[in-house]
Structures are given as C-alpha cells and as structure tokens.
Design a protein around this ligand. Sequence first.
Ligand code: DGL
Length: 258
Amino acid sequence: MASPIGVFDSGVGGLSILKALRAELPAEDFVYLADAGFAPYGERGDAFVIDRTRAIVQQLRDEHGIKALVVACNTATAAAIHLVRVEHPDLPLVGVEPALKPAVALSKTGRIGVMATRVTVGSAKLRALHDSLKDQAEFVLQPCDGLADAIQNHDDAQIGALCAQYTRAIGPFGMQPGQIDTLVLGCTHYAFAWDELQALVGPDVRLIETGEPVARQTRRLLEAAGQLRQGAMPGRVTLLTTGEQAALEAAALRWLSL
Ligand code: DGL
C-alpha cells in the first residue's frame, strides 16, 4: 500500500470530512482513526486533548507511515494543531476550524450563529478569528455540551432535544434584519445532525460545514509536496478506533456507504 493520508477525530464526526476527502482525492488511501475510547474531547481540558492528539499523530506515523494528516476535529485543531506543527515540521498538516469567514461572505443580515464544543468556543484560536471579523458581522457563539456525544451514540431523541435547545438559545433565525441567516457547524459531528438543524432553523437559513474546503486544502498541500496520488484505481480506507470497531463501521456504512 502506498503511504496513506491520516485522518482523525474524537469519534465519528471526522467521517464528514473523510467523505469530502474521498470525493476530492479518490485515488488516495486513507487511515481514519476515531478516538472514541477517549471521547468526547469538547468538554475536557486542553491538556487532555493535547495528550491524545500527540499520541495519535505518533501512532499514525509509526504504525501507518502517513504522508499527511488531516485533523478532522475542530476541538483538537483549536487545542493542539500549533504543537503538532512544531513537533512534526515535515508532515503536511490540515486542520478544521469553524467557517466564520465564509459565513461573513454569505450572510445578508450580518448575524451569524456558531455551534461548537465548549473547548473550541473557549479557545484562543477561535477568539482570534472572531476578533478579526467582529467588525464585519455579529456572531452568536454557542457551546453545545452533549451534542457530539449524542451523535456519537446515535441517540436520535437526545440529538433532537439538544438541537432544539441550542438553536432556541442562538436564534431567532430568518432572513429579516436582526435575524440569524447563517449557521456555522463548528464541530465535525454536527454535520450528521444537518437535517434536524435545517428543519429547526427553516429552509432559508444557510448551514455551513468545512469538508470541501479542507479537502481542497489537502489536495493543494499534497500537490505542493509532490505527493498527490492519481489514477483510476479507487483508494482504500482503513478504519481504526480506540472504541468499538463495530460502531465505527456501522457509522461509516450509514454515512459514507463504506
Ligand atoms: N468532532 C469534534 C469537533 O469537531 C469534537 C467532538 C467531541 O467533543 O469529542 O470539535
């Protein structure tokens, strides 16, 4: 097997990024690691997320010889990507962060909702991004405790209840002045609650996630490093987890037909 691209998240959320990566880079092999045995990340301290991120990057390098890494987790990106960059300067690295900038470009009312984990909302990285844009739009930043966990556990009743609770806290949504017309999904798990969220905020409100831009950025880095794999043979996906293998495989089948 040629060197794969490593992709990791605390659980199934990063599968939403893997889906976009496979569409953009069909000939590449991927190793996806779901750190479900240590999830959720989003309600723990930075030190915990940093330790887990370091251990996973090392494992993916040592055991799988990855040629690039996509940190498909907003929380791990916010808490740890700066350290990974320093510790692995030779490794092409892509992170995900809540899409505030694209939201500013799309919003007509200038009011934007952002759903993310508590660690991401409290991070210096998101604060800096927010500060750089706050003259251009008004953001409502909502930590969504429990939502990633409910999605991870495929608990539909809890997903519905928490989506309703948090959209109520962020809103009102709509296209009128003073209403929120754009909702940023700042945690990769939330892409799997897309339909529930869209139904709650109404059909005109734009939901934004980050799979496609992350996939395009990964392609650019691989091209620049001369590491892009092309060809007609579809690449392979290896699924690894520190949690239950059957649960990850069921999620990959449900959401990616893998
Ligand atoms: N999927 C992760 C993110 O994008 C976080 C989920 C968790 O809390 O573990 O932030």
